[in-house]
Design a binder for this molecule. Structure first.
Ligand SMILES: NC(=O)c1ccc[n+]([C@@H]2O[C@H](COP(=O)([O-])OP(=O)(O)OC[C@H]3O[C@@H](n4cnc5c(N)ncnc54)[C@H](OP(=O)(O)O)[C@@H]3O)[C@@H](O)[C@H]2O)c1
Length: 271
C-alpha cells in the first residue's frame, strides 16, 4: 500500500509503527489521526507522519486504514469517517478487541475490504504474536499486506473462523498478563525464601525466558522437558505435587474459558 492512515496512535499503534520502521516497512505516505497532541508530535518527529487532530477528508483517502482506537471509541470514529462522503473501497485493518467484522462493516459500509488482527503487548519489543482473520474471499494481496505489517512486531497466524479470535484473546491477547502474574508470584515466593529482590527478579525472569526458549527450540514436548527435570522424590517433584493438589491445570482451563466467554460477551455489548 502506498498510503496508510492510523486512526489512533496509542500503545498498540505505536508498537506497530516502531516495528514497521525497524523492518523498513513504513508506507511512503503515512498519516495519523489522534486527538492527543503528544502522540501527533511523536509520530511526526519519529516517522514523518502527517497528523490530524480529527477525522478529515485527506487521511480517509489512504489506501489502508488501520483502526487502533479503544473498542468503545470505534463506533463514533466510524461514524465520523462514514459521514464524510461515500468512500471507495479501502483495506480496513482493525486491532480492536471484540469488534466483529460485520459490526465494522455496518458502521463503515460494505464496499471496504476488512481484516481483524489480535496482537499482544510483547509487540512493543518485536516479540508479539498476532492472529488474523478475514472473510474467505478477501484478496491475497490484502492478506499479504496485513501479515507483512503484523510480522514487523512478531509472529503471525491466520484463523479460519472469526469466533476463534475469542479464544486467541483468552490465550495470547490476555496471556502476557497471566505470565506477569506468575512472575510476580514467583518473585514474591523467592523473596519469602530469603533471596533479595534483585536476585529473585533475575532468577525468575531468566527461568521464564530460558524455559520458553528451550520449549520453542526443543524437539521434546513441554511434558517431556518437565519430566527431564523431575527426579522421583526430588525438589521439582515436591513442587509439582503441590501444583497437582491445587489443580493448576483445572484453574488455568477455567481462567481461559472465562476470558474467552468474556471476549464474546464484550463483542455482543459493543454497539
Ligand atoms: N494494548 C494491547 O495490549 C492491545 C492488544 C490487542 C489489541 N489491542 C487493541 O488496540 C486498540 C488500541 O489499544 P491501545 O491500548 O493502543 O489504546 P490507547 O493507548 O488508548 O490508544 C488509542 C488512541 O486512540 C485515540 N483516539 C480516541 N478517539 C479517537 C478518534 N476518534 N480518532 C482517532 N484517534 C482516537 C486515543 O486518544 P485519547 O487518549 O485522547 O482518547 C488514543 O491516543 C484497542 O481497540 C485494543 O482493543 C490492544
Amino acid at each position: 500500500m502506498k498510503s496508510m492512515t492510523f486512526f489512533g496512535g496509542g500503545h498498540m499503534a505505536s508498537a506497530m509503527i516502531a516495528g514497521m520502521q525497524r523492518a523498513n516497512q513504513l508506507p511512503p505516505h503515512l498519516m495519523l489521526v489522534d486527538p492527543d497532541a503528544q502522540a501527533r508530535q511523536r509520530w511526526s518527529d519519529c516517522y514523518g507522519a502527517r497528523t490530524f487532530e480529527h477525522v478529515a477528508q485527506e487521511p480517509c483517502l489512504s489506501d489502508c486504514w488501520l483502526m487502533a482506537v479503544k473498542p468503545q471509541q470505534m463506533k463514533s470514529l466510524c461514524a465520523a469517517i462514514a459521514g464524510l462522503h461515500a468512500q471507495p473501497s479501502r483495506c480496513v485493518i482493525s486491532v480492536a478487541a471484540g469488534i466483529r467484522l460485520a459490526r465494522l462493516q455496518s458502521w463503515l459500509g460494505p464496499q471496504h475490504r476488512y481484516i481483524r488482527c489480535m496482537p499482544n503487548t510483547p509487540a512493543v519489543i518485536g516479540r508479539g504474536v498476532t492472529a488474523l482473520f478475514a472473510a474467505s474471499d478477501l484478496a491475497s494481496d490484502d492478506r499479504m499486506f496485513a501479515q507483512t505489517m503484523m510480522a514487523c512486531v512478531g509472529r503471525c497466524l491466520w484463523v479460519d473462523a472469526e469466533n476463534s479470535l475469542d479464544a486467541v484473546t483468552a490465550v495470547s491477547g490476555s496471556g502476557p498478563a497471566y505470565v506477569f502474574r506468575l512472575i510476580e508470584a514467583m518473585q514474591a515466593a523467592a523473596q519469602a525464601l530469603g533471596l533479595n529482590a534483585q536476585d529473585a527478579r533475575l532468577l525468575v525472569l531468566e527461568t521464564f525466558t530460558g524455559a520458553s526458549e528451550l520449549a520453542a527450540q526443543s524437539a521434546l514436548t513441554p511434558a517431556e522437558l518437565r519430566e527431564q527435570v523431575t527426579s522421583k522424590g526430588g525438589t521439582t517433584a515436591a513442587a509439582l505435587e503441590v501444583f497437582s493438589q491445587e489443580d493448576l491445570s483445572g484453574m488455568i482451563a477455567r481462567a481461559l474459558t472465562r476470558a474467552a466467554a468474556r471476549s464474546a460477551e464484550l463483542a455482543d455489548l459493543v454497539d
